[in-house]
Design a binder for this molecule. Structure first.
Ligand code: GLA
Length: 334
């Protein structure tokens, strides 16, 4: 009899540092206590994916087209990298799908581990990134690295030039709240590719943006590329400042989050009027230190950092108080 292998992977919320990963910059995400459980039982001649949350079943057949972003598309991407597998893959997720909390990367990391991918952190992150690329999304490494390197009670400071991650303790008396804007991220994919291309074009002019001098940034003539480059450069400086202040001066860290949001909205242009309004509302509530959009943008969620107990998630349609969680792991019972 074949043994079932179970892996559990968290989702992630990015506290600060968006659209910096594919520019070789820095970010400060944390793994959260919502995530995906995948159980793989090998056997038979075909792979069946079953969602224990929705009851949906899909048989993966070579050459089939899958709905972009679907579980089937992600798993097909994994098999393209790992090679064929047959059996049953059961997926159970507590993450809201398509909300910017990395439901895709969480599924990919848990799926890869359950299907027997290499366990070395960076190798696993790169493999899941490639699987997502095969599934049609050319993403950076923020999500996979956060999900793999997460540590309870800590955020993760990631340097995408060095591909290193360093746990950063988060104060116990702070509350991290994720609020869904009600807008799905359906327009996100094309616009994301466009931003990546713009960052690459700016880099071709002045080299790596996180290390560009103010003088170099001022030399970029194209106004759109100049705005994108200014965002990446300043956002990486804010990540470092946030990491320095979150314990000693949380009010300043909160201010940096609001500044980051303004930059993503005005310079990088990945926010929406609805998200801007939600950030402004939440950031002004008593006890809230800062709020910003989180992840790729164009809908999805915002993240707020508040004094513990200051924000009641029930005062929104869809919101969660989340805790910094451990990274992905094979389940000992699997
Ligand atoms: C998405 C991508 C990440 C990253 C963020 C923006 O979540 O998957 O790689 O680029 O957008 O920071």
């Amino acid at each position: 009899m074949t043994r079932a292998v179970t892996a559990v992977a968290p989702g992630r919320v990015n506290l600060i540092g968006d659209h910096t990963d594919y520019a070789g910059g820095t970010a400060l995400p944390m793994a959260i206590d919502l995530g995906t459980t995948v159980t793989y039982t090998a056997g038979g001649e075909r792979l069946e994916i079953r969602s224990t949350t929705t009851g949906d079943r899909t048989i993966l057949r070579a050459g089939d087209d899958h709905e972009p972003g679907s579980f089937a598309a992600m798993v097909a991407g994994l098999l393209a990298v790992l090679g064929p597998r047959a059996g049953l893959l059961e997926v159970d997720s507590t993450l809201p799908l398509g909300a910017g909390l990395s439901s895709s990367a969480s599924l990919l990391v848990a799926g890869a581990m359950a299907l027997g991918a290499p366990q070395q952190d960076l190798e696993l992150a790169l493999l899941c990134q490639e699987a997502e690329r095969q599934a049609g999304q050319d993403v950076g490494l923020l999500d996979q690295m956060a999900i793999i390197a997460g540590r309870a009670g800590h955020a993760v400071l990631i340097d995408f030039a060095e591909l290193t991650s360093t746990p950063l303790p988060l104060p116990d008396d702070l509350q991290v709240v994720i609020v869904h804007s009600g807008q799905d991220r359906s327009l996100a994919s094309g616009a994301y590719a466009e931003r990546r291309a713009e960052v690459a074009a700016a880099e071709a002019l002045v080299g790596p943006l996180p290390r560009a001098t103010p003088q170099q940034l001022a030399e970029i003539d194209d106004p759109v590329l100049a705005r994108r480059a200014q965002h990446v450069s300043a956002e990486c400086a804010r990540v470092a400042a946030f990491a320095r202040t979150i314990i000693t001066d949380p009010a300043e860290a909160g201010r940096l989050m609001v500044e980051s949001h303004r930059s993503l909205s005005e310079l990088f242009e990945v926010s929406t009027p609805q998200i801007d309004a939600l950030v402004a509302d939440v950031a002004h509530r008593p006890g809230v230190l800062g709020a910003r959009m989180t992840g790729g943008g164009f809908g999805g969620c915002i993240v707020a950092v508040a004094e513990r107990g200051a924000l009641d998630p029930r005062s929104f349609d869809r919101a969660w108080t989340v805790r910094p969680a451990d990274g992905a792991a094979l389940s000992p019972t699997g």
